[in-house]
Design a protein around this ligand. Structure first.
Ligand code: NAP
Ligand code: MG
Length: 462
């Protein structure tokens, strides 16, 4: 794979300050496909300085012109969508059709939505005898994970640019090639030098330097709770804005009146997509006791049908981690009805689509984020019981409710402590605010709520 051996800073690819590199591995065959530079404190500092220098002019650029640049960026992503899909497939391992439809397709939608929002958003508002201006927060430090490599970049960079902020991005060490492609796209789109900057590198080095840098006004992080907690603490100590998107343990609640076969099939597919590496995946399927055995049979069948259409996990560490959770599930008394520890292939970080039955709400596999193709079926006695189980984790990112009657599903969803709920298989909406209740995070991404994260208000009284 093609890779840059420098950092994209101030509108050009510049040599890295240090000599260390990161090997990029294809998780399908465990081969090294490229190397990228491992950024240091110096690289981060150079990038933040470039972003600061570019801030006044970009913040003063008319929203219509910012919108035009984001629209141009969207057009470059469209023109290069095959390359994007191939890059994500090479470094994440996602099957190519999924990379094309989701990993390339969704960022195009999101970039397009921000091109429109930048042009239409009310950056100025009259409130009584005041005029309230929505102004950019400033320099954004964006730290992204590998599971949706381009989506998570675009979900931060597009609204930041729309708001008039400038950005330094530290992408995940596992998926830097897609981030480099994005930097090329920003350049091609004619975004002014310094407005977007890329520093590849390791989390505890480049990521931490970015989160701690005093020239950064807002840190937007997506990833693990452990790292998010630290970033939140660092930002708090510096009285700096922070947005955290930290994963979940979402419930798929199937009420007795629902179309059971459809709810189970969509629910299993929701977990298996991207090999279960989706923070909003509905990894707990809640089924009424009267339908439980039927749901288990349907889920096992759906998972078995998935077979070898599933991609690998991103790396050896995640592979070992997910297998560890499967071992724990068995040890704690859950019943494997599909998949398990047997490897579907000899090479690569693959885990079979796995279904656990007889899972109780307290088990580790029902409480912790597994981040692999593992779904747990939990039985409930009545609606209150279902609600207690659904709300009974530290997370609250997403969820689903299925019922014969939409109003019944909505009534249940309104009682869930979670940020997004799909009703009877509702479709993805790139304008809907995405983010967590409880320990799933702070702040929202996407749509106008996502844009507001990058704005601060100033009011003038007359
Ligand atoms: P992670 O370490 O939190 O990675 C997320 C991002 O933060 C990466 O860019 C990472 O860099 C960076 N980072 C790591 N340590 C940092 C530090 N001390 N300061 C600043 N930035 C730092 O997550 P992970 O290790 O890749 O995955 C572990 C678990 O996190 C998964 O099993 C899953 O449960 C959860 N996760 C959640 C999401 C989500 O969408 N919410 C996404 C991915 C993972 P490196 O790439 O160099 O580590
Ligand atoms: Mg990590």
């Amino acid at each position: 794979m093609k890779a840059h051996d420098g950092m994209y800073i101030d509108g050009a690819w510049r040599p890295a300050a240090g000599r260390d590199t990161i090997a990029v591995v294809n998780p399908v065959d465990e081969q090294v496909i490229a190397e990228v530079p491992a950024g240091t404190v110096e690289d981060v500092d150079a990038a933040v300085r470039a972003a600061r220098a570019a801030l006044p002019a970009w913040a003063a650029t008319a929203p219509a012109e910012r919108a035009a640049r984001i629209a141009a960026l969207r057009d470059v992503l469209v023109a290069r969508k095959d390359e994007i899909a191939e890059s994500v497939t090479a470094e994440l391992g996602a099957p190519l059709p999924f990379s094309q439809a989701v990993h390339a397709g969704v960022p195009i939608l999101v970039a397009g939505s921000y091109a429109e929002l930048a042009a239409s958003y009310a950056f100025e508002e009259k409130v009584g005898n005041s005029t309230v201006y929505a102004e950019p927060v400033g320099v954004v430090g964006a730290i992204t994970p590998w599971n949706y490599p381009l989506h998570q970049i675009v979900a931060k960079v597009a609204p930041a640019l729309a708001a008039g902020c400038t950005v330094v991005l530290k992408p995940a060490e596992d998926t830097p090639l897609t981030a480099q492609l994005f930097a090329e796209a920003v350049h091609e789109a004619g975004v002014p030098a310094g407005v977007f900057n890329l520093v590849t590198g390791l989390g505890p080095v480049a990521g931490q330097a970015l989160a701690e840098h005093e020239g950064v006004d807002l840190v937007s992080f997506t990833g693990s709770t452990a790292v998010g907690r630290r970033i939140g603490a660092t930002a708090g100590a510096a009285v700096k804005r922070v947005a955290l998107e930290l994963g979940g343990k979402s419930a798929n609640v199937i009420l007795p009146s629902a179309d059971l076969a459809k709810a189970v099939a969509v629910g299993v597919a929701n977990v298996m997509g991207n090999s279960g590496q989706t923070c909003s995946a509905w990894t707990r399927m809640l089924v009424h006791t009267s339908q439980y055995d039927e749901a288990v049979a349907l889920a096992a069948e759906a998972a078995a049908k998935y077979g070898d259409r599933i991609g690998p996990l991103v790396n050896a560490k995640q592979h070992a981690r997910v297998r560890g959770y499967i071992e724990q599930g068995v040890a704690q008394g859950a019943r494997l009805v599909a998949g398990g520890l047997e490897a579907p292939r000899e090479q690569g970080y693959f885990v079979s689509p796995t279904v656990f039955a007889d899972v109780t709400p307290e088990m580790t596999i029902a409480q912790e984020e597994i981040f692999g193709p593992v779904v747990s079926l939990i039985r409930y006695e009545d609606e209150d019981d279902a609600l207690r189980i659904a709300n009974g984790t530290v997370y609250g990112l997403a969820g689903a409710v299925w019922a014969g009657d939409e109003a019944e599903a909505v009534a249940f969803a309104r009682r869930m402590d979670t940020g997004q709920v799909d009703i009877n298989g509702g479709r993805f909406n790139p304008l809907a605010p995405f983010g967590g209740y409880k320990q799933s995070g702070v702040g929202r991404e996407l749509g106008s709520h996502g844009l507001a994260e990058y704005l601060q208000t100033k009011s003038l009284q007359f």
